[in-house]
Design a protein around this ligand. Structure first.
Ligand code: ARG
Length: 457
């Protein structure tokens, strides 16, 4: 018999009961549901809305349910409508009438919104911890590769030389913004929906500030209708997760390239790569491919939430029950990806000589050659043209700027001297790019120091 069976003459159709039920996915919020009920019951007692004895019985009953769920002594009933109904029914079966008083001045609408905020708050903390872990791994690897020269690309064509440290810190900076978004999201969702009732508050003398305080919210949500129908916090969190996943996916794409025979910039540890069932030579970067694939899934979760919300009138609508699988999937997927990614990064071998060799190809120092002339007084556009012609000559003669004889340089411009070879040397090129945020080891060192200080790493 449903708790809401009063005005019904028939039992709910069994198939529809399953269709309507959310217990298969909202059971994960059992702890938050009990925490919310504990705060609500204590407030009802303190306000004299229920007796102190009933409040105490409810507290004892709820704590017993929590303990039994955690020990496994009590199992969640898969036929229950949702976690809220399950806990309340269990409470009433344990303590009788006092249990029936728990739902005074409360609706499942404010209850579910509260539970979800509390639950997602714990998930934001987990995501933050894991994202910081990956950021720390990247910084650690960067610190050991300040002088590891590698090609920087635009259009996936060799562009200008950078260092592996600089490249890694670019990813670290993305994660820093991800952390900021998580923090921001946690801050904005820190208002308590509890006490909003079904949509229009209540006539009981409740104390919303007390329950908000007890549950660690900064204040009650200011509008009861908004409180029960708002799922912006799910959208914001899924959005932060989707962007984080987009970063991991782009990074994955690079790692996949770097593992290929054509690049060979890194080698993954055997414990973090997989083989092929047929090709004995294969060592596949499956983790990164899965992360790249799962990024699409999390974007899908975000789109699910936005689409679910876009046509909803105020206030609660059952469509909102669809929020949970989407946002839970977004956070769990991102967490699983982070947990796989960090040890993979921590254990990969950097093949620095291959990076350097790759940087020595493709006229990566052509800009530096032009800059050499510019620093000797030639307008940059003219220097650019002359260098372009030199590159064309190298291509035709199958040589490099480093190997081109001084006579050839002098033919192109009398400004060229013997020191051109030093100017276009890879290490010089990198060390010279010491502008703020640039790849020169000194500049990256400063970047890392600022990063560590900002994140408290
Ligand atoms: N299981 C529901 C959900 O996840 C709880 C709220 C139900 N409220 C209602 N009025 N039927 O949204």
């Amino acid at each position: 018999m449903k708790m809401w069976a009063g005005r019904f003459e028939k039992e709910l159709d069994a198939g529809i009961n399953d269709f309507n039920s959310s217990i298969s996915f909202d059971w994960v919020m059992y702890k938050q549901d009990i925490e919310g009920s504990l705060a609500h019951a204590a407030m009802l007692g303190a306000q004299g809305i229920i007796s102190a004895a009933d409040a105490a019985a409810i507290e004892q009953g709820l704590l017993g349910i929590l303990a039994d769920l955690e020990s496994g002594a009590l199992e969640i009933d898969p036929a229950a409508e949702d976690i809220h109904m399950f806990v309340e029914a269990e409470l009433t079966s344990r303590i009788g009438d006092a249990g029936k008083r728990l739902h005074t001045a409360r609706s499942r609408n404010d209850q579910v919104a509260t539970d979800l905020c509390l639950y997602l708050r714990t998930k934001i903390a987990e995501l933050t911890k894991e994202t910081r872990g990956l950021a720390a791994a990247l910084v650690g690897l960067a610190e050991g590769n300040l002088n590891t020269v590698m090609p920087g690309y635009t259009h996936l064509q060799v562009a200008q030389p950078v260092t592996f440290a600089h490249h890694l810190m670019a990813w670290a900076q993305m994660l820093r913004r991800d952390l900021g978004r998580l923090e921001d999201c946690a801050k904005r969702m820190n208002q308590s929906p509890l006490g909003a009732g079904a949509l229009a508050g209540t006539s009981y003398p409740i104390d919303r500030r007390a329950t908000a305080d007890a549950l660690g919210f900064t204040a009650p949500c200011p509008n009861s209708m908004d409180a029960v129908s708002d799922r912006d916090f799910c959208v914001e969190l899924a959005s932060a997760a989707a962007l984080l996943m987009t970063h991991l996916s782009r990074f994955s794409e690079e790692i996949i390239l770097w593992c290929s025979a054509e690049f060979r910039f890194i080698e993954l540890d055997d414990a973090f790569a997989t083989g092929s069932s047929i090709m004995p030579q294969k060592k596949n970067p499956d983790i990164t491919e899965l992360v790249r694939g799962k990024a699409g899934r999390v974007t899908g979760d975000l789109v699910t939430l936005l689409t679910m919300l876009k046509g909803l009138p105020l206030a609660y609508n059952k469509d909102l029950q669809e929020d949970k699988q989407a946002v839970f999937d977004a956070v769990e997927t991102a967490l699983a990806c982070l947990r796989a990614f960090t040890p993979m990064v921590n254990t990969m071998t950097v093949l620095s000589q291959n990076m350097r060799n790759a940087a020595a190809k493709g006229f990566i120092n052509a800009t530096d050659c032009a800059d050499y002339l510019t620093k000797k007084g030639m307008p940059f556009r003219d220097a650019y043209k002359i260098t372009g012609a030199l590159v064309a000559r190298c291509v035709k003669e199958n040589t490099t700027l480093e190997a081109l004889p001084l006579a050839a340089y002098k033919e192109a411009s009398p400004l060229f001297e013997e020191d051109i070879y030093h100017a276009i040397d890879l290490d010089t090129c990198v060390a010279g790019r010491a502008s703020e945020g640039g790849p020169a080891p000194q500049a990256v060192k400063r970047q890392i120091a600022e990063y560590k200080a900002a994140l408290g790493l």
